[in-house]
Design a protein around this ligand. Sequence first.
Ligand SMILES: C[S@@+](CC[C@H](N)C(=O)[O-])C[C@H]1O[C@@H](n2cnc3c(N)ncnc32)[C@H](O)[C@@H]1O
Length: 241
Amino acid sequence: MKGKVIGDILVLKKDVENPYRLLEIPGVNRVVKLGHINGLKREPEVEVLIGDGTETIHKENHCLFKMDVAKVMWSKGNTGERKRMANIVRDGEVVVDMFAGIGYFSIPMAVHSKPAKIYSVEINPIAYGYLCENIHLNKVEDIVEPMLGDCRELAPRGVADRVLMGYIGNTHEYLPAAMEVLKDGGVVHYHESVPDKIKFIRPVERIKEAAGERDVEVLKKRIIKPYSPGVYHVVVDAKIG
Ligand SMILES: C[S@@+](CC[C@H](N)C(=O)[O-])C[C@H]1O[C@@H](n2cnc3c(N)ncnc32)[C@H](O)[C@@H]1O
């Protein structure tokens, strides 16, 4: 059975025989099948096999994440990175989360560490709506400031001790903006999907290129998860002087 449990929903990728037996899995009350992603709006085909609706609240690492499993992503493979980010912040830091989603990193950081402020930018209004709800659910309104729009335009400049770039695709195109957002001596957490052979070479090269004259000290290189055959989702932490 290929699937993942998000909140009380078991999300399947394929049809199964007799889905009712899946209700034996602890915590599962509903079963949903997500199919192909169609059309310009990239909305997945959704079939609710058992129960009503696709909105749930998922608990992880003492944080609550409300989401619609048919409308926003939840990656099981990113659990380790969400936990790492929760405790990486030093007291009083200012953080800019350029690709906040529903608060995947911003919420654990605010719950487990003591940053002065986290600016969380999200372009998708649906994910932004859940981000706002999750800020209230986790009672971190004083720390997390949600911002709706494109991080290249909205992210505040010259303020950040730490910038999160938790997005894969054309992430490198956002590096120049990240460099403007970071203070001298700040740290960028840069994500990329990269072929195995160059998995830590290309991300570091791209960070150095965007940093220009500024010093780059690589603090950590980490594989988050296999992304596709021969390709990894990696993160590089780098201090920008
Ligand atoms: C898919 S999430 C990343 C997942 C996360 N790292 C995790 O732990 O599961 C990335 C988010 O970045 C948002 N995004 C994409 N381009 C953006 C932009 N230019 N400005 C702000 N947010 C953007 C997407 O809407 C999406 O919600």
